[in-house]
Write a protein that binds this ligand. Structure first.
Ligand code: HEC
Length: 321
């Protein structure tokens, strides 16, 4: 069941210090510096869409009708391909499934009041239960255990059971989100499947950036607002694509974004790499790392398609396009 092989390192002391360190390192908003400008009303900069919806072709999927039938691409606990996480990252700690199994949530208050958590973590919980961030930060066991919330509900109640002083265990919540996200959301299992569902994004309107700050390198972004799909390729070397990151804006009812990452081979992964302040690259866990930058600082929800002021790269040059 383990996603990563056990490592010799001891985590206990380091864990509490870790949660937001990475965010600062790669210049996401994190907790304390919610400095994003608001998302522009229409962030699809660029010319007219070269593939108007009426020309999309009979073979294109019609997402709005099919989405209800799409299943999560993997079973929980399936190890996905992709670059390794740094061993000291919260989500890299092995053994989550066993720890979850061993957690008794019977003594957790009902409802759980998590209004004492930080804005970011309250947002994460709302996101797990597909609620807008404006909902009260209170969750009943009934709602947590409803069939459609089964996975996230177990993760949440276990984080409550493992918290201290009436709070949630944030590391356990993050590990729970990481473990359960790809087995709970109807993400395409591969870029081939994404194209089957939405059509070939390479025919959509495209924006090319010479240097994208989150990546410290060039990026190509394909956009289709009608379908609610935004595909961002991290370009390396001579035409290579290191990873493809995708945001879905119409997969959920709460107005928030879904996040997916695909390897160079086009397979779903749950990790992606970002520029660091030191000029290097670090791999982090999706969707949490995506959420830390694609946060709307005002609402506390994860609705920001186009963050500004984030990313540690491109310091020595003008950012493209
Ligand atoms: C360090 C901050 C940061 C992190 C982490 C981050 N993003 Fe972004 N993202 C941005 C910024 C900034 C942009 C705007 C384009 C640019 O400047 O590169 C962006 C743009 C995008 C776009 C293109 C949206 C559009 O229409 O322009 C997609 C898709 C995307 N990100 C997906 C993801 C996914 C998936 C993850 C997680 C694996 C992620 N991002 C993590 C900062 C971040």
């Amino acid at each position: 069941m383990r996603r990563f092989s056990p490592r010799a390192a001891s985590w206990a002391g380091a864990l509490s210090a870790i949660p937001f360190a990475l965010s600062a390192f790669i210049a996401c908003s994190g907790e304390s510096t919610l400095t994003h400008s608001p998302t522009p009303p229409d962030s699809d900069a660029g010319g007219p869409d070269p593939a108007p919806i009426s020309d999309a072709g009979a073979r294109d999927a019609r997402p709005e009708q099919d989405a209800a039938a799409w299943k999560p691409p993997i079973a929980c606990g399936t190890e996905l391909p992709g670059p390794a996480l740094p061993p000291n990252l919260t989500e890299a700690e092995p053994g989550y499934a066993q720890e979850l199994e061993a957690t008794d949530a019977a003594g957790v208050p009902d409802p759980v009041d998590y209004s004492g958590q930080s804005k970011l973590i309250r947002g994460v919980v709302h996101y797990m239960f597909q609620e807008p961030a404006s909902e009260p930060s209170v969750l009943s066991h009934d709602r947590a255990q409803a069939t459609e919330n089964e996975n996230m509900g177990r993760a949440f109640l276990a984080a409550a059971a493992r918290g201290r002083d009436g709070g949630l265990s944030v590391p356990f919540l993050r590990r729970g989100l990481y473990y359960h996200y790809a087995c709970s959301r109807p993400l395409p299992a591969s870029l081939d499947q994404l194209r089957e569902r939405y059509g070939d994004y390479r025919t959509w309107r495209v924006e090319t950036m010479a240097c994208a700050k989150p990546k410290n390198g060039p990026r190509r972004i394909y956009k289709n607002s009608d379908k609610g799909v935004f595909v961002s390729e991290t370009l390396v070397g001579d035409g290579g694509i290191r990873e493809t990151e995708v945001i879905f804006t119409k997969l959920r009812d709460d107005g928030q974004l879904d996040f997916a990452v695909y390897t160079a081979d086009g397979q779903l992964t749950d990790r992606s790499s970002f520029a660091t302040n030191g000029g290097g690259t670090v791999t982090a866990a999706a969707p949490y790392i995506c959420m830390s930058c694609h946060l709307d600082a005002t609402s506390g929800g994860f609705t920001n398609l186009r963050p500004t002021g984030t990313g540690a790269g491109c310091k020595d040059r003008d950012a493209g396009p």
